[in-house]
Design a protein around this ligand. Structure first.
Ligand SMILES: O=C(O)CCC(=O)N[C@@H](CCC(=O)O)C(=O)O
Ligand SMILES: [Zn+2]
Length: 334
């Protein structure tokens, strides 16, 4: 296999490849751009005008998505997967991946859309670099732009695989993209309703990509991901890469949710009244006291059908400690 197909090995070893550009047996160019960053270009005659950004390892301990991208890259480097799309592979936080930790000092996925400028340290610099890599990749006009940022969650989930769809004023969420995700195994989508500071919010809001954070199961160490079934997503990604994706428009059985409220932790006095092992998408009764914080702030459930995702009282002050969501319909989709 071509050395550049081993991007994960190079990244975990903290090594630069001797040769930065390599060609596969069938003329696909692989170009190493920076640590954990590799561009794949099909031969011009085969290029179908699609630009696909695949990222994982934004959180260093979320290994199933890292292993999935590693398999796709191996397939391309061996000539078994024959791309018609241009692809940018990114491993988001190499040092956190090496240490098997979510992050070192700051959560990179809270440093996009300019937030890195207000912070210092390795993660702020990496977020700036990731923005630059994505911006240069998506700089070609008249091509389709798609970004999947792959994650696994800290806790178990009543809905195992789901997507989060960013929001931008004046832009409608796409039914076609949701159908594509449904075919890729996503059982639910959370439609955001305000601007955000995540990687996909950046590519969606600033680079006009269709962009999704995909949650694929529970985070486990490298080599322990047999419980995370990414087979449907993996097949779909191969089809998108090879331009052989079957058309689909079915959303049957896919659950849609909207954000009711983000629970923001304001101080060290923040208390979250949920068991430590509560699962994502757990339902919360009206009247339930979810959280308390400084100055007698109380989070009481008022919404019908409310559920919680990503509850985490350990986040830094000022960041989201959970999202309260409610069921919604497909009425607003374009
Ligand atoms: O399990 C958790 O609490 C977090 C899992 C995770 O990393 N989720 C992403 C979602 C990003 C988004 O809102 O699009 C994150 O929190 O960064
Ligand atoms: Zn994550």
């Amino acid at each position: 296999m071509l050395a550049l197909g081993k991007l994960l090995e190079l990244t975990l070893a903290g090594r630069e490849p001797a040769q930065k550009i390599q060609l596969t047996v069938d003329g696909v160019q692989m170009r190493w751009l920076s640590e954990g960053a590799l561009e794949v270009r099909p031969p011009q005659a085969r290029d179908n005008g699609s630009d696909l950004l695949l990222s994982s390892g934004i959180h260093g301990n979320e290994t199933a998505p890292i292993e999935l991208l590693d398999r796709l890259l191996h397939g391309i480097a061996r000539g078994e997967i024959k791309p018609r799309a241009r692809i940018l592979f990114l491993f988001g936080n190499p040092e956190a991946m090496r240490r098997g930790e979510r992050y070192l000092e700051l959560d990179i996925n809270r440093l996009f859309n300019g937030r890195h400028e207000k912070n210092i340290g390795p993660e702020a610099m990496r977020a700036a670099e990731l923005e630059q890599l994505a911006r240069s990749f998506f700089n070609q006009p008249d091509r389709s732009r798609l970004h999947y940022d792959l994650h696994t969650a800290i806790r178990g989930s009543k809905i195992e695989q789901f997507a989060l769809y960013p929001w931008k004023e004046g832009r409608q969420h796409s039914r076609r993209e949701l159908a594509r995700l449904h075919a890729a195994g996503m059982q639910a989508v959370l439609l955001q309703n305000k601007a955000s500071i995540t990687f996909t919010a950046f590519t969606y809001e600033q680079l006009e990509a269709e962009a999704f954070t995909l949650e694929l199961g529970k985070a486990r160490p490298f080599g322990h991901n047999e419980g995370v079934d990414v087979s449907r997503l993996e097949l779909r990604l191969k089809q998108i890469i090879e331009g052989t994706e079957p058309e689909t428009d079915s959303l049957d059985g896919m659950q849609l949710f909207a954000v009711a409220r983000e629970v923001i932790k304001h101080s060290d006095a923040f208390l979250l009244h949920l068991p430590a092992d509560v699962e994502n998408f757990s339902e919360l009764e009206k009247g339930y006291l979810l959280a308390e914080d400084v100055a007698k702030t109380r989070w009481v459930i008022e919404e019908e059908g409310a559920r919680i995702i990503f509850p985490n009282p350990k986040v830094k002050n000022g960041l989201r400690a959970g999202i309260l969501i409610v069921p919604t319909t497909d009425a607003g989709l374009a």
